[in-house]
Design a protein around this ligand. Structure first.
Ligand code: PMP
Length: 326
């Protein structure tokens, strides 16, 4: 049946694989406290999504929307510029939907990421490290033009934030005690997470403060790890790159600086406590503890653990970790 406002489109039904994977339960939201008396932070375990990161949310949301609109069908091509997580999520979603995927990434990307994308049947175009994500975006645009591939453009596509507003955010609201969120803390890559979650909570009537966790170079300046950041030193994201974030309105946005060293040490603490997470989870958790101090006792501060630790085995997170020998 069609309504006046919805045009009827002839799209294929979503493939069975895709329907199955969509029936997976919401990711857990759990309170995490490092020690007695320290702040408790509510952590959304997004690394438990099927491809190992929160980017499964946006990958499926953006592709399924195109599919329903009849603009994507089996055998079609998708191209995206991403340093990792989004490419991995799109590669998995494309495998489920019978689409062909091409990831455009700076050549500094880790071997693990390349291997995962190839395993899902994706192709990879590497651009010189010096060109970074900006170069990858330009190259992806050219590839989309040349081949007619769908280019989701995660840095400007409002459906990126919409996926988090309509799904991740609603899950959190139904999981947090009393349905009340006072603070949301996240590092920013595309900004989809913080914009979408803020909007979900604000629209539900929460007086929520958004906190941007910004990684800054620590004294030791030792780490070169992929993590969300505005720092040009960290591959993947460049200051001002995300139109989605720069054009969003997050009233009273509070910035919390977290030294790289602190983000890494916090990540290792989380791993030791049984959370198999990557560096942006340490960044987010450290930022969220500060946010909880600002908002005060009894408030609900929410953050996200975006991705899994395995994709960082070849980085400093693991190879400079002084494992005790017992
Ligand atoms: N964590 C990881 C591992 C990421 O790759 C990114 C972004 N690429 C983020 C967090 C930030 O998420 P968002 O893009 O929604 O701002």
């Amino acid at each position: 049946m069609t309504t006046g406002s919805n045009k009827h489109v002839h799209s294929e039904p979503l493939p069975d694989n895709c329907r199955f994977i969509n029936s997976i339960a919401p990711t857990p939201l759990i309170p995490v406290q490092f020690e007695e008396g320290a702040a408790t932070v509510w952590c959304k375990l997004e690394f438990l999504n099927p491809s190992g990161s929160t980017k499964d949310r946006i990958a499926r949301f953006m592709l399924e929307k195109q599919w329903r609109l009849g603009r994507l069908k089996k055998g079609d091509k998708v191209v995206e510029a991403s340093s990792g997580s989004t490419s991995i999520a799109l590669a998995l979603a494309c495998a489920q939907m019978g689409l062909k995927f091409i990831a455009v990434m700076p050549e500094s990307v880790s071997n693990e990421r390349v291997a995962i994308i190839r395993a899902f049947g994706g192709d990879i175009i590497l651009v010189p490290k010096a060109e970074g994500v900006v170069g990858a975006i330009t190259r992806a645009g050219e590839e989309a033009e040349r081949t007619g591939a769908y280019f989701p453009r995660q840095f400007e596509n409002p459906d990126n934030a919409e996926a988090h507003r309509s799904a991740t955010g609603q899950e959190i609201l139904s999981q947090i005690p009393g349905g009340v969120v006072d603070g949301i803390v996240s590092g920013v890559g595309t900004g989809g997470t913080i914009v979408g979650l803020y909007n979900a909570f604000a629209q539900a009537g929460c007086a929520v403060t958004p906190f941007l966790a910004r990684p800054i170079e620590g004294e030791a300046h030792r780490y070169d790890i992929e993590c969300c950041s505005f720092s040009g030193r960290v591959p993947g994201v460049v200051d001002g790159l995300s139109k989605l974030f720069s054009e969003s309105t997050l009233p009273d946005l509070v910035e919390i600086s977290v030294e790289d060293d602190v983000a890494i040490e916090t990540t290792r603490k989380l791993v030791r406590r049984g959370f198999p997470v990557g560096p942006s989870s340490g960044l987010n958790y450290a930022g969220a503890v500060e946010a909880a101090k600002i908002l005060g006792p009894g408030t609900h501060v929410v953050t996200v653990f975006p991705d899994r630790m395995e994709r960082y085995f070849s980085t400093e997170l693991f190879n400079s970790w002084d494992f005790p020998v017992k």
